[in-house]
Design a binder for this molecule. Structure first.
Ligand SMILES: CC[C@@H](C(=O)O)C(=O)SCCNC(=O)CCNC(=O)[C@H](O)C(C)(C)COP(=O)(O)OP(=O)(O)OC[C@H]1O[C@@H](n2cnc3c(N)ncnc32)[C@H](O)[C@@H]1OP(=O)(O)O
Ligand SMILES: [Co+2]
Length: 139
């Protein structure tokens, strides 16, 4: 597997609305997408475009959201994960496992409608890494 484009930086927040105001009013973000819920993944999402990538604001959705723990440790929110593009998610998952990294669960449909996996932060120097299947040439 070869690391691909940085698709987005995931930012956990207790309030997507409050975070939108920061990126819009403090940083001058001009393209802020409509927030939407992703119940199977336990998150509410809002993408903020930057010229070469996106910020993915994520708020917990439901009792079992995987980000409750993070927000309990970081009540104001913070940098949560990095997402890189890969051409084939199954090949990427197999490669990660072959190299001894812990892949969290099976590939599942992410916020861009393509399958994603997560590699445990313990195997990536303290950084939660998401890999997202992106057909070559598509962004
Ligand atoms: C589906 C939408 C998708 C997209 O398409 O873009 C998304 O991005 S949704 C994003 C939210 N979903 C996920 O993050 C799914 C994968 N994450 C998980 O399964 C869990 O968050 C976790 C990584 C297993 C952590 O679980 P948690 O309960 O918060 O903590 P633990 O106690 O298990 O933590 C163990 C260890 O890891 C450290 N940790 C936890 N989260 C992070 C993080 N985001 N970045 C860095 N380190 C993290 C935590 O501090 C613990 O460290 P120690 O205390 O040193 O053991
Ligand atoms: Co993400």
């Amino acid at each position: 597997m070869t690391i691909g484009r940085l698709n987005h930086v995931g930012i956990a927040t207790p309030s997507i609305e409050a975070s939108i105001a920061l990126y819009r009013d403090l940083l001058g973000a001009t393209k802020i997408h409509e927030p939407f819920d992703l119940p199977p993944q336990g998150v509410r999402i809002c993408f903020v475009d930057t010229p070469n990538s996106q910020i993915e604001l994520i708020e917990p959705y439901g009792e079992n959201s995987p980000i409750h723990g993070f927000l309990a440790r970081n009540p104001a929110g913070g940098q949560h994960h990095l997402c890189f593009e890969v051409p084939d998610i199954h090949a990427a998952a197999a490669d990660m496992k072959a190299k001894g990294a812990k892949v969290l669960g099976e590939p599942r449909i992410g916020a861009h409608g393509t399958p994603v996996i997560f590699v445990h932060p313990k195997d990536m120097g303290g950084v939660l890494v998401e890999l997202m299947e992106t057909p070559l040439g598509e962004h």
